[in-house]
Write a protein that binds this ligand. Structure first.
Ligand SMILES: Nc1ncnc2c1ncn2[C@@H]1O[C@H](COP(=O)(O)OP(=O)(O)OP(=O)(O)O)[C@@H](O)[C@H]1O
Length: 285
């Protein structure tokens, strides 16, 4: 995997990028997330893992304002965000991708990324329509930004292609580049390598580490692929049945008997295990 550097030295001392405390998410009688807490340090790649149904996506949705937590708080750069709407959270520089791609297939890759710049657009409709200098400058800057984002994830040669004509693995990269176009400081990736092959997964890992290194981004990701998680992460939080059962470095987590038991599916309600304990160790060594 990549030679790109891991987290910046001193990340542990800096103020946290994100603090999740006592978060609970309920759907009727189902508690998806139960009193979960973890801290994401700036400039790190932090993974949230756990078996199917552990509450990872629900946790993401509580952080990004898609779901309102029944209890607990989320702070981004010391400001409370769990009371904000999704658009206000995004405007603070928190961007995300989704597990299920919802890209407009008829748009070119360029236009798809360009649309994602709208959060950052300052020029009004009138200035844009009249082609005023401020609007032209902004358009040039947007074009530059789109090209940089495409380049960062290896899409530079595909900007003219309709998104719908591209293979799934490439569309996952478009989704990633689209999130980058919002100029986030914190990027949440929901299953970035689900359904893609090993070579594409390695490219995605390279891209994650590259944007972290070059842009100083903080990345929080949910992913089932242990080789990917162990290859890119500085820190791993493990959820099971909505609760945090382990939190530490990839090395600490992969040797934790509680985590291995969770992946073996030793509770009657846990569906198919994502990995056997042997695989968890083998694939991460
Ligand atoms: N919209 C919803 N309505 C009702 N129950 C839900 C909803 N979303 C999630 N759940 C339930 O909450 C629990 C946690 O689901 P969640 O999708 O957050 O887990 P996950 O760890 O992301 O799972 P996966 O890895 O399979 O995507 C599960 O029991 C799930 O069935």
């Amino acid at each position: 995997m990549s030679d790109l550097p891991r987290a910046r030295t001193g990340a542990d001392q800096a103020a946290p990028e994100l603090v999740v405390e006592g978060v609970t998410v309920r759907f009727g009688g189902v508690t998806a997330v139960a009193d979960a807490g973890f801290t994401v340090r700036p400039g790190t790649v932090h993974a949230l893992i756990g078996p199917n149904g552990a509450g990872k996506s629900s946790c993401f949705n509580a952080i990004t304002g898609v779901y309102r937590a029944a209890a607990g708080t989320v702070h981004h750069r010391r400001e409370r965000i769990d009371t904000l709407r999704p658009a206000a959270i995004a405007a603070r520089g928190v961007a995300r991708t989704f597990q299920n791609l919802v890209l407009p297939g008829e748009l070119s890759v360029y236009d798809c990324l360009r649309v994602a710049r709208h959060h950052r657009t300052r020029a009004g409709v009138l200035a844009t329509g009249l082609g005023l200098p401020s609007a032209r400058r902004e358009r040039r800057r947007d074009a530059e930004f789109v090209r940089e984002a495409a380049d960062a994830v290896g899409l530079a040669d595909l900007l003219g292609h309709p998104v719908g004509s591209l293979p799934y693995g490439i569309r996952k990269k478009v989704e990633f580049a689209r999130a980058l176009c919002a100029e986030p400081t914190l990027l949440l990736l929901d299953e970035p390598v689900a359904g893609i092959n090993d070579a594409e997964s390695d490219e995605m890992a390279e891209a994650v580490l590259r944007v972290r290194a070059e842009r100083g981004l903080t990345v929080l990701l949910v992913e089932h692929s242990m080789p990917f998680v162990m290859g890119v992460s500085d820190h791993v939080t493990v959820l099971q049945s909505g609760r945090v059962i382990a939190d530490g470095t990839p090395q600490q987590v992969r040797n934790d008997p509680v985590v291995i038991a969770a992946y073996l599916g030793d509770t009657p309600t846990t569906p198919e295990p994502a990995l056997s304990s042997g695989e968890l160790r083998d694939q991460t060594s």
